[in-house]
Ligand binder design. Structure first.
Ligand code: HEC
Ligand code: HEC
Ligand code: HEC
Ligand code: HEC
Ligand code: HEC
Ligand code: HEC
Length: 302
């Protein structure tokens, strides 16, 4: 791996330190630093969303490895049609597709997602805190300004597109957030209730939302709705999850409709990241809705 950018940065830091230290007379004894305890981070990584990316049900594995296990990625690997992220994520074939030029990596050689995929790792095997995405094609670490840039190296829907970042930028809530404002970087989890709970004084959540719509004795009590269904500002489809293989079974979720390669319709749960305080009740409570919900529930402002 190439750490040249890191060395430059360290040299600058060292040079500054020497300049500052130049003013003092005697060199201070350097205490031996206690090694950082990474056990909780390692544990989060092996139990979290990035723990197990080996799957023979989804996509040719040396092709899909570009995100699932960059060290196993073969830039020459090819895939039969349709060549896209969806075929790497959803089981669409009865048997794994093995395209010509796409040899299968056995599970015991699969690297998965490790510290070095997101941080520079020194000779001592210790991960730097700096954020850098490892580019498997060139075997170099590319410095990332913030977590959003890093996450979107893999979490994008097209080579050109960084969808969740655009959703965040479009949203009135959290427009300046980065991915790790909400997501734990190492287990990947996120929960609206980490911030919007009974003691939330930063927003009007308790009065305007909890007391009206979520508390067990709320006048319009809603159960089994992801927060994002009411707060989506991205015009996603809203409906309950009854489809096998989708997350949040039995709950109301936000769904994204896209055309793969411009022509193949795709409809999957997509948790909205474009959120706002403006809620349009009639997106579910409309005349003749298939769920037989009351149509005249009024709106939040009435
Ligand atoms: C998927 C990418 C990813 C992987 C894999 C990853 N990290 Fe991180 N790590 C991050 C991000 C992003 C941050 C910054 C979080 C922030 O500032 O909000 C971070 C922060 C850190 C920090 C700073 C303190 C903290 O907990 O926030 C340490 C230390 C760290 N990572 C160590 C590790 C180690 C050790 C591994 C491997 C066991 C690892 N990371 C794997 C993305 C990753
Ligand atoms: C090296 C590529 C890579 C990076 C960098 C990366 N991820 Fe992932 N992430 C994946 C893969 C692969 C999956 C598994 C997708 C699947 O199951 O098909 C995944 C799954 C997830 C999931 C679970 C939901 C899902 O779609 O399966 C979340 C949440 C997630 N990542 C968040 C993050 C966040 C936040 C960051 C930045 C801190 C990040 N990821 C960085 C590759 C990456
Ligand atoms: C305002 C908080 C917030 C921010 C900021 C945020 N997320 Fe999320 N994200 C969530 C929540 C909450 C979920 C649902 C988690 C769950 O139900 O387990 C989620 C779900 C996801 C999922 C999996 C679900 C799906 O099907 O879409 C991915 C992948 C993801 N986020 C990626 C990202 C990336 C990449 C970024 C940065 C561009 C980001 N998130 C920024 C709150 C956030
Ligand atoms: C890390 C803490 C944090 C998490 C997690 C978080 N929020 Fe927020 N949210 C805030 C803060 C702080 C504000 C007020 C400032 C702002 O708009 O950024 C806010 C504002 C909002 C607003 C009001 C925006 C407006 O225009 O007035 C809504 C609605 C909202 N959040 C919903 C959600 C939902 C839904 C989730 C889960 C997907 C979520 N939040 C996750 C911290 C958080
Ligand atoms: C049934 C629809 C519905 C659901 C589900 C819902 N909300 Fe709300 N929420 C609203 C309405 C309506 C308002 C008030 C908006 C207004 O009048 O500005 C609101 C207000 C808020 C606010 C305060 C925004 C501000 O102006 O400060 C936050 C934060 C919020 N909701 C977060 C959440 C979170 C987190 C969840 C999931 C635990 C959630 N909401 C679930 C309808 C909903
Ligand atoms: C994402 C779809 C969705 C949205 C948006 C939504 N609701 Fe609902 N609403 C439901 C569902 C589903 C129920 C049935 C109760 C349950 O299972 O949560 C319900 C039940 C109700 C009820 C009880 C009515 C009855 O006949 O039992 C009222 C009142 C209500 N909603 C008002 C509202 C208001 C006001 C808003 C806007 C602030 C709103 N809802 C937004 C899905 C939604």
């Amino acid at each position: 791996m190439d750490y040249s950018w890191l060395h430059t940065k360290q040299l600058l830091i060292c040079a500054t330190a020497v300049l500052l230290a130049g003013c003092t007379t005697a060199p201070a004894p350097t205490p031996t630093p206690t090694p950082r305890d990474d056990s909780a981070i390692r544990q989060a990584l092996v139990t979290g969303v990035h723990a197990d990316t080996y799957s023979l049900e989804t996509g040719p594995n040396t092709y899909c490895a570009v995100c699932k296990s960059p060290a196993n990625w073969d830039p020459q690997a090819v895939i039969d049609d349709p060549p896209n992220c969806v075929s790497c994520k959803f089981a669409s074939d009865a048997n794994m597709r093995v395209a010509v030029g796409n040899p299968v990596v056995p599970e015991n050689q699969w690297e998965g997602i490790r510290c070095y995929n997101c941080h520079p790792v020194g000779e001592d095997n210790v991960a730097e805190e700096a954020l850098a995405w490892w580019d498997a094609e060139t075997d170099t670490h590319v410095f990332q300004e913030n977590s959003t840039m890093l996450c979107e190296q893999c979490h994008r829907d097209s080579p050109a597109g960084t969808t969740r970042q655009r959703e965040l930028a479009d949203s009135t809530a959290h427009a300046s957030a980065t991915c790790t404002t909400c997501h734990d970087p190492h287990d990947g989890t996120a929960d609206c209730s980490d911030c919007h709970h009974a003691e939330d004084t930063e927003t009007d959540f308790v009065n305007a939302c909890w007391a009206q719509y979520l508390a067990p004795d709320a006048p319009a009590h809603h159960t089994d709705l992801l927060c994002q269904t009411c707060h989506d500002a991205g015009g996603l489809e809203l409906r309950p999850v009854q489809d096998p293989g989708e997350p949040y079974p039995g709950q109301w979720a936000t769904w994204r409709n896209t055309l793969i390669a411009g022509s193949i319709p795709s409809n999957h749960v997509w948790v909205s990241h474009n959120l706002s305080a403006e809620v349009d009740c009639s997106r579910c409570h409309y005349d003749g809705n298939p769920w037989e919900l009351a149509a005249d529930v009024g709106t939040a402002s009435e």
